[in-house]
Write a protein that binds this ligand. Structure first.
Ligand code: ADP
Ligand code: MG
Ligand code: MG
Length: 876
């Protein structure tokens, strides 16, 4: 273990900056930055214990690193001097918060303790009034929960009990005597003595924050969000300011723009006479920030000004936490706002128009992977429905399903294939699995910054929060809104863009692309160098793809048109044919079908490149299922059916053709080598279709005929000869035609230079390349992969995001050596990875010309390609 002797483990806020987030955590780094930008009067003073100290503490099995205690004591001394108060001073105590803060924000996952430094004596020094006792009871409560692990519910019960005895309904109505009694009751809930010594309190709180890093909640959150376990959390010790000091005090959260729509008006929630944890916990429903204007006009005006300053300084939309103490505003936190796609797009466009950002900077603020939310459905425009209630529009998009009241019920229903809406008073960390399973979420309490709203937006799930009219009875599993009562299993629909909840079966419809989204896409197109095409098998796919801005078809699977249609039988006949005559007859029929089909596709893509892949059917997808067939034979035998003989014959043939491992069997070019007449037929169909389109419309697409699954250069040489011969016979001289290959086997990557001599283009088939390079079967890997992710053997599903060091390296190698042999070799990719932003970054680096993905991911790919180009040009 490395020693930290002589290392600085504690930094005053005045000495940090936003560039130090690895060491100081995001919260510490930004509090330090704000101290510089806004001035020391606006940010309570304090210091940060580094993540390095936390890592050392964990490695030492829970022992504080050497020197830490001394450095904390010194920093505390400086803080006391600045504040002119001492921790634990019975007459005028300094109180501090002890706040966790990792490199990446993990909302609500790590612990924070407020009002530390209070004890039986200093509570009197703080004033001994209602405010002092409210602060003290909060401290005893949080300390007990965070540092001693007493469940939060225990304290909530005691509060409820007290309220009943006092005959009040709100926490704020409890008077000084109630709060004093409550503090005593809290202390009685401890298994040990409450520590009166503030230094002991501080020491325990620092350890508790370190420990919260390895708590179950945080570990689970990191697993889902792929945050490394070895980062550790920083600890921020900060002088307290008090939002609970009366009617001129409040605590709140504020976004520099509307966090749901992105509109320029700042948004947020606040609670008068409260401390911050009341706002985020969702236990009390806060007021909208606009109301603060009337209640505390000066603080509100200043907050608006500060939001603008911070946004300009960080060059991004900000998400802040603040407190007003007796009319005086303090900023406690800022960070780049997580936002739904709608808000991200709106911000990018407005920021450019306002002159805040350049186009490239604006595009870089968008999380491309989330853009598909903009293609989510909404309530159909002219749908009629009766509104059950309206809550806050907390996360956009519409959804419908059966009501469930608990996360486990949501998970179970989803496993049954039922669509559900999770309805809860409010949600907590352990409900997150239910969010995954549900179509949408409704809560009766909490604001737009509540747990439910944050998590739903993070996942792109529709959410209506704070629908206060809903009376939810979790025990009876019923919810009432006015006169309507609904039970578990009843259907509701929600619109997270408007806050509407209805019990009617509303029709959902696809959204139209907003003008802002179109603007962003147009900018992305100017900035990117990678082309974006779509994988499209049918004319319908092709026109959808063009609508979304695809610049061509990167993959048309020539056999896919047959799957699940009446023509599948012809295809099957062809594959099952026992001799050339039989096959010839089937091929003649298929020629006409294919030609007709290609004509439609080519017509839809006039003037653009279209890559048609020659037949690549793993045989099991096209021949009848042997078990089923055997049963039919059995039945035919019993019924003495006339079909018996034919069925038996088919079964024999199926047995002959069956392969143990069809994905590695007679497919792709191997089929072309064994039965050249198949590719010959396809080539004829392609050329005839293109000529027909050319004659009818005066222009035809740039045809790219692609041979799949090539591993030996001679396979391609052979096929190229065949395809060129047919092109000659069909007089393709007027067409723009090129012949290339898929690169989807490791050997092909290694001998890419040899293959390139036979090819006009390569298209990386990264699905098969991932299967064959990793030796994982994509269709069987599910359960195992979950375990691999848990154990962190892999940090991503390699079928979603390219395995950069392995499979990604093969792509780069093949691109490089292929181009060495043939400098004008065109390079593309047509696997699922073509629509994944992280993978797109890799393809940019590999020097590919274009990516191709499903039509719905085309907008994402356009933005991600622009972002890759921006990064490529800004890094040396
Ligand atoms: P989280 O990471 O869960 O948001 P924080 O450390 O930000 O936790 O603390 C939560 C809330 O506690 C803050 O938003 C703020 O309202 C309150 N808080 C933290 N430190 C102070 C402080 N020094 N003075 C007043 N309130 C504080
Ligand atoms: Mg916070
Ligand atoms: Mg393939």
């Amino acid at each position: 273990m490395e020693t930290l002797a002589g290392t600085q483990l504690v930094y005053d806020f005045a000495d940090g900056s936003k560039d130090m987030r690895e060491l100081l955590g995001g919260k510490g780094a930004n509090v330090a930055e704000m101290t510089r930008v806004l001035g020391a009067d606006r940010v309570p003073a304090g210091f940060t214990i580094t993540t390095e100290a936390c890592v050392a503490y964990m490695e030492a099995g829970g022992e504080l690193p050497d020197g830490l205690e001394e450095q904390v004591a010194e920093a505390l001394g400086r803080l006391e001097e600045r504040a002119g108060k001492r921790l634990g001073d019975p007459d005028d105590p300094l109180l501090v918060s002890v706040r966790s803060g990792a490199r990446e924000s993990m909302p609500g996952m790590l612990d924070t303790v407020l009002n530390l430094g209070l004890n039986d004596e200093s509570v009197v020094g703080l004033g001994g009034d209602r405010f002092a006792w409210d602060s003290y009871r909060r401290f005893v409560q949080m300390f007990g929960n965070v540092c001693l692990g007493i469940p939060g519910d225990r304290f909530e019960e005691l509060i409820e009990e007290r309220k009943r005895e006092a005959g009040v309904s709100e926490d704020t109505e409890l008077d000084t005597d109630d709060l004093r009694a409550l503090t005593d009751a809290f202390k009685d809930a401890y298994d040990e003595e409450f520590p009166q010594d503030p230094r002991e309190q501080l020491d325990k709180a620092i350890r508790a924050v370190f420990d919260s890093w390895t708590g179950a909640r945080a570990v689970e959150y990191r697993r889902i969000n792929r945050i490394p376990d070895d980062w550790g959390t920083a600890v921020n010790v900060q002088q307290m300011v008090f939002g609970n000091r009366g009617e001129k005090s409040c605590s709140g959260v504020a976004f520099s723009r509307d966090e749901v729509t992105g509109e320029p008006e700042p948004s947020g929630d606040f609670l008068v006479n409260a401390q911050g944890e009341d706002v985020v916990s969702g236990v009390r429903t806060p007021k909208d920030i606009a109301e603060m204007k009337e209640l505390m006009p000066d603080a509100h005006a200043e907050l608006m000004e500060i939001l603008r300053t911070l946004e300009a300084h960080y060059r991004d939309m900000q998400d802040t936490e603040f407190t007003v103490e007796d009319g005086q505003l303090y900023m406690l936190q800022t960070r780049d706002a997580k936002r739904p796609a709608q808000a991200a797009v709106r911000f990018a466009v407005d920021a450019v128009e306002e002159g805040l950002l350049e186009r490239a900077e604006a595009i870089a603020t968008i999380d491309a992977a989330r853009l598909d939310a903009l293609l989510h459905p909404s309530f159909a425009r002219n749908a009629r429905y009766e509104t059950l209630t309206t809550g806050l529009a907390a996360s956009p998009g519409a959804a419908k399903g059966e009501i469930v009241f608990t996360a486990p019920d949501a998970v179970a229903a989803a496993a049954d294939g039922r669509k559900v809406i999770l309805v809860r008073p409010f949600t907590e960390a352990e409900d997150v699995a239910g969010f995954h399973a549900a179509e949408g979420i409704v809560t009766s309490r909490g604001g737009k910054a509540s747990h439910a709203a944050l998590v739903a937006r993070g996942m792109g799930k529709p959410c209506v929060a704070g629908a206060g009219e809903l009376e939810i009875d979790l025990n009876a599993k019923r919810v009432r809104a006015g006169d309507t009562e609904l039970s578990e299993g009843d259907r509701i629909a929600i619109d997270g863009s408007t806050g509407v909840v209805t019990a009617d079966d509303v029709e959902l419809e696809e959204v139209e692309m907003s003008e802002d989204f179109k603007t962003v896409l147009a900018w992305a197109d100017e900035l990117r160098s990678l082309g974006v095409r779509a994988n499209a098998d049918t004319p319908e796919d092709a026109s959808k793809a063009r609508e979304f801005g695809a610049e061509g078809v990167g993959l048309c699977r020539s056999e896919h048109i047959f799957l699940g249609t009446e023509n599948q039988q012809r295809m099957q006949d062809m594959i099952m044919a026992e001799d050339d005559d039989e096959r010839g007859a089937a091929l003649d029929d298929l020629l006409a079908l294919q030609q007709e089909h290609f004509t439609g596709l080519l017509d839809a893509m006039q003037g653009l490149p279209v890559t048609i892949r020659l037949l690549d059917p793993p045989l099991h997808e096209f021949i009848p299922n042997a078990e089923q067939l055997a049963q039919e034979v059995e039945r035919a035998r019993i019924e003495e059916s006339d079909d018996l003989e034919e069925l038996e014959h088919t079964l024999d043939r199926v047995h002959v053709l069956a392969e143990t491992n069809p994905m590695l069997g007679t497919r792709g070019v191997r089929l072309g080598v064994l039965h050249p007449e198949i590719y010959e037929m396809q080539m004829r169909a392609i050329v005839r279709a293109a000529r027909a389109v050319l004659e009818a419309k005066g222009s035809s697409p740039l045809l790219e005929v692609m041979v799949p699954l090539v591993t030996y250069e001679h396979e391609l040489e052979l096929m190229r000869g065949l395809l060129e011969r047919v092109a000659g016979e069909e007089d393709a001289s007027t067409l723009d035609l090129s012949i290339g290959t898929m690169i989807e086997l490791p050997r092909a990557c290694f001998v890419a230079d040899r293959i390139a001599r036979q090819a006009d283009f390569f298209s990386f088939g990264t699905n098969d390349l991932t299967q064959t390079a990793l030796g994982f079967s994509r269709d069987d890997v599910g359960g195992m992969l979950a375990r691999y992710l848990d154990l962190k053997i892999v940090d991503r599903n390699p079928f979603e995001t390219m395995d950069a060091p392995g499979v990604g390296w093969l792509v780069r190698l093949a691109a490089w050596t292929g181009r060495e042999a043939k400098p004008d070799l065109k390079l593309g990719i047509c696997g699922e990875h073509g629509g994944d932003p992280d993978s797109i970054e890799l393809f940019q680096k590999a020097g590919l010309d274009y990516v191709s993905c499903s039509p719905y991911r085309v907008p994402i790919a356009r933005v991600a390609a622009a972002q890759s180009a921006i990064r490529a040009s800004s890094s040396p």
